[in-house]
Ligand binder design. Structure first.
Ligand code: DAH
Length: 345
């Protein structure tokens, strides 16, 4: 019996020694130390022993059991440590490797121009107004002194949805909507950026959808000189502090008098070049003093109040500012184009 126990110990220790994973080790534990294991089996024969030998054999059996248990425990510790080490090795991070660059988007050039212009006017006390892109004929035309069948409606070929509803052809309807909201009480001081739509054939300088920024100031004693001073500040901020502006007489149904505004050429400084078509001046927007009919139709007393308004094409401003030669670049979203306006180089 003693020998059999010693044999079992040697055999078990041998197997523990060669076990190479925790699962195998557990199987060894169950088979040698379990209730149905060989040691228990050997001890069943204890009844045949003398009363003297029995405690010795019991002690030996415990020794063998302890030795096997200790070997298993130490092997388990080794295997667990090895497993952790292997996992760490597999998951090792080389902190000296260069990081992957984080790609970030940036603002669209039109958004940049709109935000720059908004900032400038907000700094002069204006608020930013908005209006619907699907607009009533009334606000887009009639309230702007363009009754039905007025010939000047032909200046802007329109997308009609019904007889009375269309895609707005200009941001000017926001003038009428804003004045209505003010219920005849000044001051009104807004700019309004937004999309507009016209039935145009798309080419390098025309698009059936584009953006405008509208400006409107209504108060007592607003004069043409206020308009001129404001636009001069705008032109210098957008195109450089050396710029000058020039007003030429023009016609818009909603302003009287109406002007077309030119800025002195920022490339040649006025000498004449390809950008200004040898004239030294570049047209940037339309403007004028708000027509008394427009004030009255939106609830303002034209004897007490006067105002000025202006409207510009955002694409045109962006094309001039950044030297872009085709309006379609703004809408095709070619990343090679858009990347050039990234603020993160
Ligand atoms: N709405 C005009 C257009 O689309 C631009 C314009 C001209 C707006 C004169 C104005 C203005 O507010 O006073 O061509």
């Amino acid at each position: 019996m003693q020998e059999r126990l010693k044999e079992l110990q040697t055999e078990a220790l041998e197997r523990v020694n060669t076990a190479d994973d925790l699962k195998e080790l557990n199987e060894i534990r169950v088979s040698y130390l379990g209730k149905k294991g060989p040691i228990t089996e050997v001890l069943k024969g204890m009844g045949k022993l003398s009363a003297e030998e029995r405690p010795k054999m019991g002690a030996l059996a415990n020794e063998v059991r302890d030795a096997i248990a200790a070997a298993i425990e130490s092997k388990q510790k080794n295997l667990e440590e090895a497993a952790v080490a292997a996992k760490l090795a597999a998951e090792m991070i080389d902190v000296t490797l260069p990081g992957r660059p984080v790609k970030s988007g940036n603002h669209h050039p039109l958004t940049r121009v709109v935000e720059e212009i908004e900032d400038l006017f907000i700094g002069m006390g204006y608020t930013v107004a908005e209006g619907p892109e699907v607009e009533k004929d009334y606000y887009n035309f009639e309230a702007l002194n363009l009754p039905k069948d007025h010939p000047a409606r032909d200046m802007q070929d329109s997308f009609y949805i019904t007889e009375d509803i269309l895609l707005r052809t200009q941001t000017s309807p926001v003038q009428a909507r804003t004045m209505e909201k003010h219920q005849g009480k000044g001051p009104v001081k807004i700019i309004c950026p937004g999309k507009v739509f016209r039935r145009d054939h798309d080419d390098a300088t025309h698009s059936h959808q584009f953006m405008q920024i509208e400006g409107l100031v209504v108060d007592e004693n607003i004069r043409m000189s206020d308009l001129k001073g404001t636009l001069e500040v705008f032109a210098k901020a957008m195109f450089g502090s050396d710029r000058e502006i020039r007003l030429r007489p023009s016609f818009f149904p909603f302003t009287e008098p109406s002007v077309e505004v030119d800025v002195s050429c920022f490339k040649c400084g006025g000498k004449g070049c390809n950008i200004c078509k040898k004239t030294g001046w570049i047209e940037i927007l339309g403007a004028g003093m708000v027509h008394p009919n427009v004030l009255e139709m939106s609830g303002f007393d034209s004897k007490k109040y006067s105002g000025f308004a202006f409207g510009m094409g955002v694409e045109r401003i962006a094309m001039l500012k950044y030297g872009i030669d085709d309006i379609r670049h703004f809408y095709t979203n070619d990343v090679r184009f858009l990347k050039q306006f990234s603020i993160h180089e």
